[in-house]
Design a protein around this ligand. Structure first.
Ligand SMILES: Nc1ncnc2c1ncn2[C@@H]1O[C@H](COP(=O)(O)OP(=O)(O)OP(=O)(O)O)[C@@H](O)[C@H]1O
Ligand SMILES: O=C(O)[C@H](O)CO
Length: 478
């Protein structure tokens, strides 16, 4: 195991997180000039003369977004309400913005509902002289719950939980949430009319769908009327729908979405974070390749595909197969978003240490009672698949760092972990039964016990979240 490679992996990961810290994203995308009262968001300029600015926010990353906005244009702000997770408030009181905590364990509760009501009251009294800045990030759905009447919060939370337990993914859950909420699915922007609405969004959903991130409070809901009901049917829950849901879901008339008066700016994405990782890897002198920012799928499939990817590249470097064969092999892998055009460039990297960078969010079917997360499980499963072909990889060192940009992988205090070619052999020497840990979904305790915890990636809460980063290093050893 190479200490230099471990340290490089950690440096690459840290740089990718730093690029998507909310305060950095706001600083890079929002400028305000008090002299002429011009607000610039990315490439657009807004004249704020004779305008009042209001700010609302919902999500796990919006506290630091709001603090930075206040630093940039504090005197121009009239008032604001920011909904943040319970226990996360760490900043001094501000005169203009009021922060409210809620949504214990990422579930809507009466605290976040009360904040949602306050936000609704604030935005509904705005006039055409007002600009509403909306800060949105992952976790925003639970922090802005306001079910449409006659649905009550308890009914809504219970039903959404049932849907989640039945296997609905975040895009399906949020599709239903959009239809039954008074603020999601574009309703916040509609209620703020005639004020101009400008939203700054950090994406925590693969593919960055604006209408689904935090259930799209300021994005037009273009779903057809039966979509939510079809999802409920798909999970055999039609007979469990409360009467109040039926009333709301049968509504077919909506307010027109004020397209011309609303802009959503995607300022933080997984792609940005892995682009920065790529630059860092280049600085560290790796032959670096950005492979995909939309990796999804089951942990076992991805671990196996990553191991096969590594083997194909090693076989090419050793001259065992040509580029066409590499292409054919990579085309059969289950890694979404990989464009095989990069393979032609591999010739340039043949004699160098190679770094492959990917991002996204995979899934784990948790069957055991252990402690872990999708990233720690991926690092371990990957090491196991590599171990199966280790005799063909004798001239290489191969590593995979997998970690969440939020710093928290599953219910653990680790962001992720590092797997490597000899991990299984080393674990056997240490008398650690890898299969027991894997079958019990106990990857966290494995990494705690192994090598004094040195392969755990520990950062603490980063206050941002643009999903996960996977960094693979392939190094020739001789
Ligand atoms: N013991 C475990 N082993 C492996 N994976 C686990 C384990 N327990 C939970 N998980 C995975 O962790 C996921 C939840 O973790 P986490 O809270 O980091 O993700 P999240 O739902 O995407 O939340 P966020 O958007 O805040 O990151 C679950 O979807 C599950 O797949
Ligand atoms: O808040 C939410 O809905 C999820 O984090 C997805 O954005």
């Amino acid at each position: 195991m190479s200490k230099t490679v471990i340290s490089d992996l950690l440096q690459i990961f840290k740089s990718s997180v730093s690029a998507v810290l909310p305060e950095n994203l706001i600083r890079n995308s929002v400028k305000y000039n008090p002299a002429n009262q011009q607000l610039i968001i990315l490439n657009d300029t807004y004249n704020l003369q004779h305008k009042n600015v209001f700010v609302v926010g919902t999500g796990k990353a919006v506290q630091n977004m709001a603090v930075e906005i206040e630093k940039i244009m504090g005197p121009k702000i009239k008032q604001g309400i920011i909904s943040v997770p319970l226990g996360s408030l760490n900043q001094k009181l501000s005169e203009k913005l009021t922060y409210y905590e809620g949504a214990m364990n990422n579930l809507p509760d009466c605290n976040s509902e009360n904040t949602a009501k306050k936000i609704k009251d604030l935005v509904t009294m705005l006039s055409e002289k007002d600009i509403l800045l909306v800060l949105i990030s992952g976790g925003g759905s639970a922090l802005l719950p306001l079910p449409k009447e006659p649905i009550n919060l308890q009914e809504k939370t219970t039903f959404i939980k049932k849907l989640a337990n039945a296997g609905a993914d975040i895009t399906e859950l949020n599709c239903v949430r959009k239809r039954i909420s008074d603020l999601k699915g574009g309703q916040l922007a509609i209620k703020a009319q005639p004020a101009q609405v400008l939203s700054l969004v950090l994406s925590d959903i693969v593919g960055d769908p604006l209408d689904l991130i935090a259930s799209g409070p300021t994005t037009e809901n273009e779903d057809n009327a039966s979509m939510a009901l079809n999802i409920i049917k798909k999970y055999n829950l039609s007979n469990d729908i409360p009467m109040s849901f039926k009333t709301v879901l049968s509504e077919t008339t909506w307010f027109k979405f004020p397209r011309d008066n609303v802009r959503n700016y995607l300022i933080g994405t997984n792609r940005l974070s892995i682009t920065t990782a790529l630059e860092e890897a280049k600085k560290l002198n790796y032959f670096s390749i950005y492979l995909s920012h939309i990796v999804t799928g089951n942990v076992k499939d991805i671990a196996q595909s990553y191991a096969k990817l590594a083997k194909s590249i090693c076989d090419f470097v050793e001259g065992k197969i040509d580029l066409n064969k590499v292409k054919l092999q990579i085309n059969t892998l289950k890694i979404p978003g990989v464009n095989t055009e990069f393979i032609d460039k591999l010739i340039e990297g043949k004699n160098r240490n190679i770094c492959l960078i990917l991002g996204g969010e995979i899934t784990v079917e948790v069957k055991g009672s252990g402690k872990g997360g999708r990233n720690q499980q991926l690092a371990l499963e990957f090491s196991k698949y590599l171990h199966d072909v280790k005799d063909d990889l004798k001239s290489f060192d191969i590593y995979l760092l997998s970690a969440g940009t939020d710093g928290i992988d599953g219910p653990t205090d680790a962001a992720g972990a590092i797997g490597y070619l000899d991990l299984i052999s080393d674990a056997i020497k240490d008398n650690l039964d890898i299969d027991k840990y894997l079958d019990n979904n106990d990857s966290y305790n494995f990494y705690k016990a192994f090598k004094s915890g040195n392969l755990h990636v520990i950062t603490g809460h980063t206050n941002t979240n643009v999903m996960d980063i996977h960094v693979m290093i392939i190094k020739r050893c001789n």
